[in-house]
Design a binder for this molecule. Structure first.
Ligand code: NAP
Length: 286
């Protein structure tokens, strides 16, 4: 069997075009474009690439960027003050703190300072609480992107057995809740799960959000399963250039699965698209 590709890159482009049209039609009424502020601290090269990507995508759909880049030694108070100002700034609909932050900063405390209706990353406890309760609210971008991609390919979720490997607050936990809300039977696996392969082999829908290159191999996947690879890992190659791989061994697993997301080109672009969608949603609603 050769799995069909769940093409996150193509869907993200389609979503961006839809958002661009929506922004163009709303802008006249609102008298301003939507605004997103991405706050970055320090010089983590991967973060710098992600931030540039987000700002370029904003520009494509007509979202104004109010991002700020702070030096590595910035204090917690300075960042909190910046967030409080953005909370009050009427041109700004979404605020995002690019993670990870330098070790001396408390990222959770910062996320709590963002006013919930501008929480473009959906990580504020109020928005996570809405998710737990099944209420409307801003959804965390990566899991939201996974669900949107599954919906685009009409993948039936109700009644399916879904296994989520990874239980972070950023990905694993919210995605498990979203699958549960769609009536999947959800199992969460993590680093303390014994015999991971016997658990993953039960999955009709398998989500890998671990951060371990190619952890999921073909023998861990039920034939015909739908496999979503959230992982982004840089590994070294003999030519010294390195490359990005997911948490799933793509070549072998794509021989067993019915659908699979590639890395890159799967959940990464969907995450950015959902960030833009959240910003436009706050713009419309506030
Ligand atoms: P994280 O906070 O490090 O969490 C990793 C999770 O994997 C933890 O729950 C951990 O279990 C579990 N785990 C670690 N080793 C394991 C093993 N051998 N077997 C089973 N479970 C194991 O990572 P994250 O923030 O969720 O990110 C996960 C991956 O997704 C990373 O590669 C990250 O780069 C990627 N990511 C991609 C996007 C995107 O836009 N596509 C967005 C966010 C993250 P414990 O809880 O027991 O420690």
């Amino acid at each position: 069997m050769s799995a069909k590709i769940l093409d996150g890159k193509a869907l993200a482009q389609k979503i961006q075009l839809e958002l661009k049209e929506e922004v163009a039609s709303l802008e006249q009424k609102k008298g301003r474009p939507p605004g997103l502020a991405v706050l970055m601290v320090g010089d983590n090269p991967a973060s710098a690439v992600y931030v540039r990507n987000k700002e370029n995508s904003c520009a494509k759909v007509g979202i104004a960027s109010f991002g700020r880049h702070f030096p590595n030694n910035t204090s917690q108070e300075t960042l909190e003050q910046a967030i409080l100002e953005l909370n009050e700034d009427e041109r700004v609909d979404g605020i995002l703190v690019q993670l990870p932050l330098p070790a001396h900063l408390d990222s959770i405390a910062l996320l709590h300072k963002i006013v919930p209706h501008k929480d473009a990353d959906g990580l504020h406890p109020v928005n996570l609480g809405h998710l737990v309760r099944g209420e409307d609210g801003l959804r965390s971008c990566t899991p939201y992107g996974v669900m949107r991609l599954l919906a685009e390919y009409n993948i039936e979720i109700a009644g399916k057995k879904a296994v989520v490997v990874g239980r972070s607050i950023l990905v694993g936990k919210p995605i498990a809740l979203m699958l549960l809300a769609e009536n999947a039977t959800v199992i969460m696996a993590h680093s303390r799960t014994p015999d991971l392969a016997s658990v993953t082999r039960e999955a009709d829908i398998l989500i890998a959000a671990v951060g371990k290159p190619e952890l999921i191999t073909a023998d861990m996947v039920k034939p015909g399963a739908i496999v979503v690879d959230v992982g982004i890992n840089r590994i070294s190659t003999p030519d010294g250039k390195g490359k990005l791989v997911g948490d799933v061994e793509f070549e072998s697993v794509s021989q067993v699965a019915s659908y699979i997301t590639p890395v890159p080109g799967g959940i990464g672009p969907m995450t950015v698209a959902m960030l833009l969608a959240n910003t436009v949603s706050s713009y419309k609603n506030n």
